[in-house]
Design a binder for this molecule. Structure first.
Ligand code: ADP
Ligand code: F6P
Length: 447
């Protein structure tokens, strides 16, 4: 079988291998197939010069090849065009999108650095699978360097309606660059429609299809079961002193709807005071993209909001909201998910949201908890037995939380069983296999 080459900006080798925060690396790590795989990406290190380093190769399964990138270009590429322009636009937030021509240029330049370093490593019969919005023009850049391999692209984040994307200067150039791919995958049917329309509006053409990303459900279920016995889970359990745990786990990102969620929880305690002193909400939100202005502003807002909510509502023996901005080991997170009776997964807009699936996989089958899920997460297309809410409305979140906290066991079980079936069926591995089968044989319909 042909070798698979995965390309992404972030690779798990670049940070703690065991606990990448971010859906892309988690899904791909869980999906690594039995075939020979090379995973190419940024090392996590920067150089002071103008050029990227030679690839550093770490053999294994998969083999990692990573490059260091020049500091200045990387900032404009990653903090600039990728995360200050594309990220907000793709998450339907044009008001937050900034545009600078020099950052757009750096975006193309860094994509070309990826292409220059990767092209010599490619074998003629490799299948190349490129991931996410950082690397849209990489396929075209590889072809410009003579690469003739089959090229697939997967967008992990949402794609907005075409007129919204069209507010981006040079949008057409970027959309046309997608023409280099033999297949473009997105998370949902809606994303596929929007992207297809946008590509056609600039006279381009490319096969686009939805492939909803999943998790390694059995592995996460096992991790969560085993994590019941680890020290962190036991300490958390003891610290709850019999209170019901409500849990949120997200990167600290404005797409995740955290201020609205915090307000929703505060509304629960105000409107339904019977829950006071009987629940504890823990939000784990590791700092992400901390050099980007809107992320820093969000952090300040959440610091203040946490202080205000606890100041207003705490009692001398109860802190309603615990807020942690560090990353936690995956096993600890799995144990927390297992203890939680309610998950709050309320992004304003999200490609998929793997946390929504991890919570389901971690629940005890005989007494499962309930998930309050945003209608605007890709996961809402599949997890229709969650309590679906509009994440912009704290009152709706409060109402759903109250319903979740008072739901009878039979109904919780019925909902959980339905969702667990979906989470198991649409695993990370099934996702990768169906994308790659379709890439190898474009005539085939998606599973
Ligand atoms: P995104 O890709 O936007 O970050 P997802 O929910 O799809 O959102 O994926 C996030 C992944 O990162 C999940 O697998 C989640 O468990 C992991 N993660 C999130 N927060 C933390 C954390 N505090 N510590 C470790 N892993 C985390
Ligand atoms: O899943 C969306 C995503 O943006 C990935 O592309 C990315 O790797 C992850 O979230 C975490 O973000 P970052 O790589 O900027 O830390």
């Amino acid at each position: 079988m042909a070798r698979l080459v995965i390309v992404s900006n972030r690779v798990p080798a670049a940070r703690e291998r065991s606990q990448p925060a971010g859906g892309l690396t988690v899904a791909l790590k869980d999906a690594i197939l039995r075939r020979e795989t090379l995973w190419f990406g940024w090392s996590g290190h920067l150089t002071s010069g103008q050029t990227a380093s030679e690839p550093s190769i770490r053999p294994g399964h998969p083999t990692f090849a990573t490059i260091d990138l020049p500091q200045e270009a990387f900032r404009s590429f990653y903090e600039g065009f990728s995360n200050s322009t594309l990220w907000p636009l793709l998450h339907w937030r044009p008001g937050l999108a900034e545009f600078r021509r020099d950052e757009l240029d750096a975006y193309y330049a860094v994509n070309d650095m990826f292409a220059a370093a990767l092209a010599p490593l490619l074998r003629a019969d490799d299948v190349v699978w490129i991931h996410d919005y950082h690397l849209i023009p990489l396929g075209a850049a590889l072809q410009a360097r003579g690469a003739a391999q089959r090229l697939g692209f997967f967008l992990h984040v949402p794609f907005p309606p075409a007129p919204l994307f069209d507010t981006l200067p040079q949008a057409g150039q970027l959309l046309k660059a997608l023409g280099a791919y033999d297949l473009v995958g997105v998370q949902t049917r809606a994303d596929a429609t929007y992207l297809q329309t946008a590509v056609r509006s600039v006279g381009g053409s490319v096969p686009v299809a939805p492939f909803p990303v999943g998790i390694g459900a059995n592995a996460f279920e096992k991790l969560a079961r085993q994590a019941q016995a680890i020290k962190d889970t036991e300490r958390l359990h003891a610290s709850l002193a019999g209170r019901t745990l409500i849990l949120g786990v997200d990167r600290l990102d404005y797409s995740k709807g955290l201020p609205e969620r915090f307000r929703g929880y505060a509304q629960l305690l105000r409107r339904f005071p019977a829950h006071r002193n009987h629940v504890t909400f823990i939000q784990v939100a590791p700092v992400s993209r901390g050099n980007v202005a809107h992320y820093r502003a969000l952090r300040r807002e959440l610091d203040e909001l946490t202080g205000r909510i606890n100041g207003d509502l705490a009692e001398f023996n109860w802190t309603p909201l615990r807020y942690i901005t560090r990353s936690l080991p995956r096993a600890t997170l799995a144990g927390f998910h297992r203890l939680a009776r309610v998950a709050l997964v309320t992004p304003l807009r999200d490609g998929m949201n793997l946390v929504a699936k991890e919570f389901i996989a971690a629940q005890p089958p005989d007494d499962p908890g309930i998930e309050v899920l945003s209608r605007f997460a890709g996961a809402a297309e599949e997890l229709t037995d969650a309590l679906l809410v509009n994440p912009s409305d704290p009152d709706e979140i409060a109402g759903a939380l109250d319903a979740a906290l008072s739901m009878p066991l039979e109904e919780r079980k019925r909902r959980w069983e339905n969702m667990m079936q979906v989470v198991r069926r649409h695993s990370a591995r099934a996702w990768a296999e169906s994308f790659l089968e379709r890439l190898a044989d474009p005539g085939r319909q998606a599973a």
